[in-house]
Design a protein around this ligand. Structure first.
Ligand code: CUA
Length: 363
């Protein structure tokens, strides 16, 4: 009987190819590791995210050790018991000690992983702290609404959109709902991800942010054509900054000076934008995002664009240049494309409303 044997030269070539492949993989990992990754879970900035991270690292380390030991043992056995002329393989039928060992060890590892996991999962439904900040997050196609019960004008909800503000070091208890289809709330560095389901209130794991900063959120459930463009930010503020924001949201806006560009923009807002958008003290419709203190938002279009004058102008003119949004009753109309048959606003009016919206700032 003849058996094929690896030619030493072929083996060397194969090993060299494997080495090149491994080096390329290491280089790729190094390049990717230096990318900006705002949706990372590796830099937890809340107690909840830290719990997930701890379990994750534990599992990764345990899996790496197991993987290394298994591969090393396999390599050793393949080499030691390789076929050689003059050697006959030993015929083995069962080994009770070995079989018990390789059953018991994985059981112990799985139990060690299961205990912190189950403890953590049980903790996700714990009652909120007494002084927790309560927030309702509502998913819409395609933006996020955030409501702070009791903090708004006349003790009503305080409503904002796409940029959630929370104080550092205070527990946050968020309930999740959806207006139209299923969305999902996910802020990798803080908390998540939990589905937002129409007709049902889901409870997000309570969390306490540990650091002031801005963190990226993303809808994590496919919800239609603009799903990938449904993002948000969480601003973790100092207590003083958060209180100041709540106070300013509730303060009546200063009316723009008569004859100014802001005043012209305010008229455009009242005649067009106010059909859907609330600005406290100016308008009350809640079809679209609440725009109170819009000038202090860092982003627009549900977190996809920096809030620059240029981007805002493009967004107000025709959101369909930016997001795949159909003309539906609940979607923002196209206001200006330079076609008199379509345009509801002139370019000058768009410019005016941009100036007005950007002027709505904290005092
Ligand atoms: Cu909302 Cu995906």
């Amino acid at each position: 009987m003849t058996t094929p044997t690896a030619h030493p030269q072929n083996l060397a070539a194969t090993l060299r190819r494997l080495l090149y492949f491994a080096l390329a993989a290491v280089a790729l990992v190094a390049v990717l590791a230096s990318c900006d990754t705002p949706l990372t879970t590796f830099e937890p900035r809340s107690d909840a995210a830290q719990r997930v991270h701890t379990i994750y690292i534990f599992v990764i380390v345990a899996a790496s050790i197991v993987g290394f030991l298994v591969l090393a043992a396999m390599a050793y056995i393949l080499w030691k018991y390789r076929e050689r002329p003059g050697h006959t393989a030993q015929q083995i039928h069962g080994n009770t000690t070995l079989e018990i060992t390789w059953t018991v060890i994985p059981i112990l590892i799985l139990v060690a992983i299961a205990i912190p996991t189950i403890v953590w999962i049980a903790g996700t439904t714990a009652e909120p702290d007494e002084d927790a900040l309560h927030i309702e997050a509502v998913g819409h196609q395609w933006w996020f609404e955030f409501r702070y019960p009791g903090l708004g004008p006349d003790g009503e909800d305080l409503v904002t959109a796409n940029e959630l503000r929370i104080p550092v070091g205070r527990q946050v208890a968020i309930t999740l709902e959806a207006k139209d289809v299923i969305h999902s709330f996910w802020v990798p560095q803080l908390v998540g991800k939990t589905d937002m389901v129409p007709g049902r209130t889901n409870i997000l794991e309570k969390f306490t942010a540990t650091e002031v900063g801005t963190f990226y959120g993303q809808c994590a459930e496919f919800c239609g054509s603009a799903h990938a463009l449904m993002r948000f930010r969480v601003h973790v503020d100092s207590h003083a900054d958060f209180d100041r924001w709540v106070e300013n949201m509730n303060a009546d806006p200063v009316p723009p000076e008569e004859g100014s560009v802001e005043a012209a923009g305010a008229r455009v807002f009242t005649n067009f934008c106010a059909r859907c958008h609330t600005i406290y003290g100016v308008s009350t419709e809640e079809i679209g995002p609440n725009l109170t203190l819009f000038g202090d938002r860092a982003t627009l279009g549900a977190g996809i664009l920096d809030s620059t004058d240029e981007n805002l102008k493009a967004w107000v003119s025709n959101i369909r240049d930016i997001k795949p949004v159909l003309e539906t009753t609940n979607a923002m109309p196209t206001f200006y494309v330079g076609d008199p048959l379509v345009d509801q606003l002139t370019e000058a009016q768009v410019d005016q409303v941009v100036v007005y919206l950007k002027s709505l700032k904290l005092r």
